[in-house]
Design a protein around this ligand. Structure first.
Ligand code: GCB
Length: 614
């Protein structure tokens, strides 16, 4: 394995203070609402393509106390003082939200934007510690409070937090400044090249969270066997620090009249208990229980579903029963408003559309979506595949890139490990086969299994079309390490026409369940021609007709699919000036939420499968 760092396509200027990374992640943020202070709303901004707020005219990083640095308060002391920046509500952006859709000037912007929020802060808890939590910032955030750097975070789709020293916070007139940069780099995850829009900004919620000096940072509980009677639950709880003397932690599930105490003397403590009787979570019955954890003055609550999932032989078993996944892939985008999705209402819109299609499963492509999405999936009863943006050709030879991917994997799993809906952690999409890449991906898979042994781990693979037989083999060597062999195929869209499906069969040498993680073709809504005409709704419908026929010949280990894609989405790679205009048109819904002909074909197919109880 090569530990060299590959050259970047564009030089990357790092903050000097690169050691001040974020602090270990607090989870269950919605369960801490009573001690949270939202910093969402209107923030002032400065667009800074030349990084003037960060570097001096010799392109040297500005010192922390340099008055020209944009993290410092720009108020002139006398009327003669020269000040060349400032915050003004005429220049404001909503948080959460990408910047691209908020002002015309940002539509195609990639670079630095500084955000500023002034706020007062009155503690809700005596003697509390305070954390500043960001749901996500794309891609890099450098965070300053009252002129002091709290730290930075890289990775556009996962949460992070900083502990805020008491000495820094004021009751009134706090000044929070975030330098957000969404420039793409070769050595980032994702890399330069993706087939989706690189929305920039503070795209998810920002909150101050108060906690007692010793508090529950994270916990994870899961069902170990699919038995609703005497159900064995295992997991752990992590405090921010070991308590000075052993303490009692209580776990309550009020609806079940269940309560159990654990003695906690270390930062991490194993949890194990038996619930006499339980309703299992499943798509048709998304039962969630309120679970309360209390230690000393700290109490958090979460809503948790209990179910098991595993790959067993050729099948995927949910609560011990084989399931078929009627899925669809979803980007985190509200296409009719050309923006990133982030709210609970957005999640309900997207998952509601998937339900209407007849789905019991979604692939959240190609990066972790907002927590509102996985929580909505829990309560709506939709199975989830959740992925990190190890997409196409990232720099697999670089240890630094591996570390970035592994960090995002850890953040994704840590945030969501109590979500019953999530059944698959995916470590990437369509990565090119080579020994270096397979080693990289294998390490991620091992890592995911270590972080969470209660779910399947997979990756969307490519097909070996040249296997020389009458059968397309999914024989990527990574197949030996995943629990679910998943592949993307576009027969009849890329190369040839859909009639190719008539003579094509699929297989894998691995004795594992097989899943089609992508398949699809494009159509511009309302464009009607004969089925041979590209981008017509008839062509897309033909694609699906041939696909659905072909699926009748799938091998026994075929367990489902998530066609590409729920809705048309923005992509700078799609430049046909008549049919695409900057949109990937493979949606079954148009960018305006209209159903294309192919929608009804897949819907009918899914309804039939559902009726047959498959
Ligand atoms: C793929 C990618 C997906 C693309 C899609 C397409 O294989 O995984 O991100 O958007 O194909 O439309 O070509």
């Amino acid at each position: 394995f090569c530990f060299c760092v590959a050259a970047t396509a564009q030089p990357k200027q790092e903050a000097k203070d690169n050691t001040t990374a974020d602090t270990p992640l607090l989870t269950d943020i919605p369960g801490r609402a009573s001690t949270a202070t939202s910093l969402n709303g209107s923030w002032d901004f400065i667009v800074d393509p030349y990084e003037t707020g960060f570097f001096d005219y010799r392109y040297k990083e500005l010192a922390q106390n340099n008055p020209s640095a944009y993290w410092n308060n720009p108020h002139p002391k006398t009327k003669s003082d020269l000040v060349e920046f400032g915050w003004n509500s005429n220049y404001s952006l909503e948080v959460p939200g990408d910047w691209n859709h908020q002002k015309d000037q940002f539509l195609y912007y990639e670079g630095t934007v500084w955000y500023e929020k002034s706020f007062d802060f009155h503690k809700k808890l005596n003697g509390s510690k305070v954390y500043l939590y960001f749901g996500a910032v794309n891609y890099r955030a450098d965070v300053y409070l009252n002129g002091h750097k709290l730290g930075f975070h890289e990775g556009g789709f996962t949460p992070f937090n900083f502990e805020v020293p008491d000495s820094l916070l004021r009751e009134t007139g706090n000044n929070l400044v975030v330098r957000v940069n969404n420039t793409r780099h070769k050595d980032d995850v994702p890399t330069l090249n993706t087939d989706w829009w690189n929305y920039g900004g503070i795209t998810r919620s920002v909150e101050l969270i108060e906690v007692p000096q010793t508090f529950i940072r994270d916990f994870f509980i899961h069902l170990t066997a699919p038995t609703p009677k005497n159900a064995k639950i295992k997991g752990y709880v992590t405090l921010n620090q070991a308590p000075s003397t052993p303490k009692q932690l209580t776990l309550n599930i009020p609806e079940l009249h269940f309560s159990k105490s654990f003695t906690v003397s270390q930062a991490k403590t194993a949890l194990s208990f038996t619930l006499p009787s339980l309703e299992l979570w499943q798509p048709g019955h998304p039962k969630l229980y309120q679970v309360d954890l209390t230690i000393g003055k700290d109490k958090i609550s979460d809503k948790i579903g209990f179910r098991t999932v595993k790959a067993s032989g050729n099948k995927v078993l949910l609560n011990g029963q084989p399931i078929f996944m009627r899925g669809i892939a979803i980007h985190e985008e509200i296409p009719n408003e050309m923006r990133r999705a982030w709210s609970a209402a957005d999640a309900r819109q997207l998952l509601g559309q998937a339900k209407e299609l007849g789905c019991n499963m979604v692939r959240l492509a190609h990066y972790p979506h907002d927590e509102t999405m996985t929580r909505a999936a829990d309560s709506m009863g939709i199975l989830v595949w959740s992925e990190i943006p190890v997409y196409w050709t990232i720099d697999f030879g670089s240890q630094a890139v591996y570390n970035k991917a592994a960090k995002q994997l850890r953040e994704m799993i840590t945030r969501d490990h109590n979500r019953a809906s999530i059944i698959v952690w995916s470590v990437g999409n369509e990565t090119p086969v080579s020994a270096t890449r397979t080693d990289f991906m294998h390490r991620l898979i091992t890592n995911a299994h270590k972080l969470d042994s209660s779910r399947m781990v997979s990756a969307a693979l490519e097909v070996n079309y040249n296997s020389g037989k009458n059968i397309n083999m999914i024989d990527d060597p990574l197949g030996q390490f995943v629990d679910l062999v998943a592949f993307n195929e576009y027969l009849g869209w890329y190369g040839g026409t859909p009639d190719k499906c008539r003579t094509t069969n699929w297989g894998t040498p691995y004795n594992k369940p097989l899943f089609i993680s992508e398949t699809g073709g494009g159509a511009k809504y309302g464009y009607h021609r004969d089925s041979l005409t590209r981008f017509s709704e008839e062509y897309q419908a033909w694609y699906y007709r041939e696909l659905l026929d072909m699926l009748g010949r799938m091998p026994d280990n075929w367990v489902g699919m998530s066609p590409w894609v729920l809705a048309d989405f923005r992509s700078p790679k799609r430049n046909n000036p008549v049919y695409q205009e900057g949109w990937n048109r493979k949606g079954l819904y148009s960018d305006q939420g209209k159903k294309k002909e192919a929608f009804y074909l897949l819907q009918k197919y899914y309804h039939q499968i559902q009726k047959s109880g498959w």
